[in-house]
Design a protein around this ligand. Sequence first.
Ligand code: GAP
Length: 452
Amino acid sequence: MPAQSMEELVALCKRRGFIFQASEIYGGLQGIYDYGPLGVELKNNLKNAWWRAMVYERDDVEGLDSAILTNQKVLLYSGHEATFSDPLVDCRDCKSRWRADHLESDQCPKCGSSNLTEPRPFNLMFKTAIGPVDDGSSFAYLRPETAQSIFTNFKNVLDSTSRKLPFGIAQIGKSFRNEITPRNFIFRVREFEQMELEFFVEPGEDEDWHDRWIQERMSWWSEQGVNENNIELLHVEGDELAHYSKATVDLMYRFPHGLEELEGIANRTDFDLGSHTKNQADLSISADVEENRDSNTRLAYHDQQANTWTVPYVIEPSAGVDRGVLAVLNEAYTIERLENGSERTVLKLKPHLAPIKVAVLPLKRNHDEIVETSRRIKQDLQRLGLGRILFENTGNIGKGYRRHDEIGTPLAVTVDFETLEDQTVTVRDRDTMAQERVHLEELSAFVTERVR
Ligand code: GAP
């Protein structure tokens, strides 16, 4: 059962060190968050799971890590300068600003006034000055999506890897959007991370690949613990489609605040490669793109045998890391009523996502031999490369169990007096709370099997 409310998740994230308001001591910055000691682990684990599935477990995808600062021309030809905007309305009375398509009536949600301006387009891209003189003539954009640098590097990747169609380029990284009304915790923010794949295919094979990627991505979210019953497919229609898209299917997840987009899977056709390419007329590009006068590259695929050039179509599964973190936290958050009438909060994260894999807890905090043995066990388990193993010397085992339930640690290992005699430890399972004695010689294999 997912969390009942966003407030519960926000409170847990702050209390346990998953997510904090950025610049908090100076009053914060709206729509910007920092990931704390546990949040950074969870986020990295989610990104690693995506990278493994997209790059390591496939043989048709290469990785990329490109710059955030982006030449203005890239975002001119991509169409973002002209069209990447949301409709903005101002309340003339209380001076608040709103996204017109988020208003539920023609009244200001803050003061109730109907004295609102007509909607006008507000471009969402952040600009920054390049170089020491800020005279407005030399600026770059903070990228609004990671995708564009995949397109602009298309030829570099092709030339350096000799890939043949179909193949993809995957990237995880920060994107920035000056959202008019950031809200719902880390759901809609101004600085966020995306996990994007641009998968290049022969024109004509695009619709088939689009369907395949929708299925692939549904299965992947399910492997991260997101119940498929909490995801609905939305076929984006008409005016709602982005300027580059022929068809988009959104994976809509039941977040605590409602059904909203977790990931979009778009058929971007040859729009982007076409728009960044010179001599477009020679390449029979299907999309309606502006003639490119600034680039000298040909972002097309050359079939050596047939000596033909094709501008591939692109299928793009694009997921938000932060929305992914929110979804897996929401799915994992559980309140259980125990037999003795008390309650426990437990985060039933999949072990590969858990920020801490194993907590090693000495029964007595001042007993040298128990503490030393615990430290050694931590080091041995750490060397297995499963992720973070925590040695925690508080001496309060009951409290330790509760804390580790709440942050999703799958296993807790307790070292006690018996350990010193027979070399066994107690291993407690987060979900069942069952405890069993395991010999130290078998501990690595036991933990690996449960946590990997
Ligand atoms: N390259 C395609 C693209 O950027 P998008 O639907 O605008 O498409 C893709 O964004 C994903 O990025 C979304 O499904 C969402 O998960 C995430 N995302 C977009 N804007 C966001 C925001 N302001 N805050 C958090 N995540 C966001």
